[in-house]
Design a protein. Structure first.
Length: 256
């Protein structure tokens, strides 16, 4: 979320950003930032993600729906929703949530309020209208990789909600939704064979990160986008259940 916070700072405080971007030695590094949003957020909000599953197991007071009733009102979480505005993926519209809730088979499932959706719409429109104007000259993006990253949803032949995943992502953020096209064109994107949660704490990446921050580039990571097989491009998200309720297991799931 830190990368999204920086992007929002750029959009809202252009004068300060311009001074910072022009300062000597300045370098910006995004680590798997969901700059175009992430489909893992609706996956969480509809109770499918292992994170919410584990939280509901260790909470002896609140049910999963109770927790999601709280989480669905968090502006910070909603700001990570996909920024798409096509009719099937417009998460600013109540009808999108109602359609997905119906597909879930629970018309009482907690979803964001109209007021919160209106705020998200203003936020999304600001991001869409202005993100292409950002100067990424001094910015580098490191994208992670995992075998399954939420990438969309559909309703099957029975009208049931089905989440889709792709192999082109880091478990939380797809390459398509996370990486700005400008950075691809600038050839300032690197790929690492670690998941989203490991991008900032994998020791094998520390030297590459150090070189990027010092010199703006590194030879320790590849810039070539990893090839994925056709069957990995889009597939039904596999069910994930995690029963490890040890302190270490909870820390790994919640904090990455």
């Amino acid at each position: 979320m830190g990368g999204v916070l920086v992007r929002d700072f750029i959009l809202r405080h252009d004068d300060t950003w311009q001074r910072l971007n022009k300062s000597i030695g300045f370098q910006l590094l995004f680590l798997g930032a969901p700059l175009g949003g992430s489909y893992r957020i609706p996956y969480v909000l509809f109770g499918k993600d292992p994170i919410i599953g584990k939280l509901s197991k260790i909470d002896i007071i609140n049910t999963k729906k109770d927790l999601l009733r709280i989480f669905s009102a968090f502006p910070g979480l909603l700001s990570l929703l996909p920024l798409a505005n096509d009719s099937d993926n417009d998460f600013t519209k109540a009808k999108t949530w109602q359609k997905m809730r119906k597909g879930l088979g629970d018309t009482d499932w907690p979803v964001p309020s109209n007021e919160d959706l209106s705020k998200f719409e203003n936020y999304r429109n600001l991001a869409i209208q202005n993100s292409t104007k950002i100067d990424f000259t001094n910015a580098v993006y490191i994208a992670g990789r995992d075998k399954s990253t939420p990438s969309g949803y559909e309703l099957d032949e029975n009208g049931a909600l089905v989440f889709l995943s792709t192999g082109a992502g880091d478990q939380s953020v797809t390459w398509e939704s996370g990486i700005p096209q400008k950075m691809v064109e600038n050839n300032s994107v690197y790929y690492a064979d670690v998941t989203h949660g490991a991008l900032a704490n994998e020791p094998l990446l520390f030297k590459a990160i150090d070189e990027i921050l010092a010199y703006g580039s590194t030879l320790l990571l590849k810039k070539t986008r990893p090839a994925i097989r056709a069957v990995e491009e889009s597939f039904k998200t596999p069910e994930a259940t995690d029963f490890d309720l040890t302190a270490e297991g909870i820390e790994k799931t919640i904090l990455g």
